[in-house]
Design a protein around this ligand. Structure first.
Ligand code: ATP
Ligand code: MG
Length: 271
């Protein structure tokens, strides 16, 4: 693990989000420590690792979603386009508009398919052609054909996989720069999963994507970069502490990792 002194790193042009020595705690429990990771712009970055190693915790730090969890705090820095996301002058609501999130369970609003897209866009001040925005967003999320004849029906009338693509469309519609996805396919069947993966290849042309997945094949199929996290018991501590083991091109992480733990994990020896 790197030491805990905060040394600001120069951020390259290609870096969208720079995590610099982030340690995230729940109360006094340090769940994940000393994470350094530069998330490249316009690529898909996967977070992998065994349960409890802090993948979701780090992901939620990237759009200040952890602010909503009582007692959760962050030391270190997260820079977005070079600016400190946690600076007191930064509005977390604006952060979440620019860095959107798709959750594990599809969670459409209890509204029509059309309104699922239009609602957030309107709240965010969109005044353009709403029909056009709804169609474009649903098309980008590869769910337009399944929705176009039932735009006024409830979002709940769709299948789980379609609902998840609706949620992706809703996220895209407010034109974020980054999309965070926490196990977006874990509640879905294999066909829906493949559809979402196909959408991601399309989406990375316009967005930076960070995805947490337990599915190794998925990480290989969709991501350009992979971060492998692990967790270790700490002496005298009650819980385990998570940390980033290795971050590199996906191809390297899966075929020629530098760390034994990475090799053991990607070959299915633990986790
Ligand atoms: N809201 C919370 N309050 C207290 N502790 C939490 C909270 N959320 C997560 N933790 C703890 O932080 C550690 C990391 O959890 P996290 O959910 O980030 O792991 P994960 O890698 O996403 O795991 P999984 O693969 O099971 O989703 C775990 O020990 C977990 O129990
Ligand atoms: Mg998780």
């Amino acid at each position: 693990m790197p030491d805990s002194t905060l040394t600001p790193q120069p951020v390259s042009e290609n870096t969208c989000i720079s995590i610099q020595n982030a340690t995230i705690s729940y109360g006094s429990y340090e769940a994940v420590k000393n994470v350094y990771c530069d998330i490249p712009r316009g690529k898909v970055t996967a977070f992998i690792g065994p349960s409890g190693c802090g993948k979701s915790t780090v992901l939620r730090a990237l759009n200040r979603m952890n602010d909503l969890i009582e007692g959760c705090s962050l030391r270190g820095r997260v820079l977005f386009d070079g600016a400190d996301l946690y600076d007191p002058s930064v509005d977390p609501v604006e952060v979440r508009r620019r860095i959107g999130m798709v959750f594990q369970q599809p969670n459409p609003f209890p509204k029509s398919i059309y309104e699922n897209i239009a609602f957030g866009a309107r709240i965010n001040g969109f005044t353009g052609d709403m029909d056009e925005l709804v169609e474009r967003s649903l098309r980008q999320a590869a769910v337009w054909d399944e929705c176009k004849d039932k735009l006024n029906e409830s979002g709940y009338s769709l299948s789980g996989g379609q609902q998840q693509r609706l949620c992706i469309a809703r996220t895209i519609a407010i034109q974020p720069e980054v999309i965070l996805m926490d196990e977006p396919c874990s509640a879905l069947d294999p066909i829906s999963t493949l559809k979402i993966e196909e959408t991601m290849h399309e989406l990375k042309k316009s967005f930076t994507i960070v995805i947490v997945t337990h599915n190794m094949q998925q990480a290989v199929r969709v991501s350009d970069m992979t971060a492998f996290y692990n967790a270790e018991a700490v002496e005298g501590g009650s819980g385990k502490v998570g940390y980033l083991v290795e971050f590199n091109e996906t191809e390297k992480i899966f075929n020629a990792p530098t760390q034994q733990a990475t090799q053991d994990y990607v070959s299915g020896r633990f986790g």
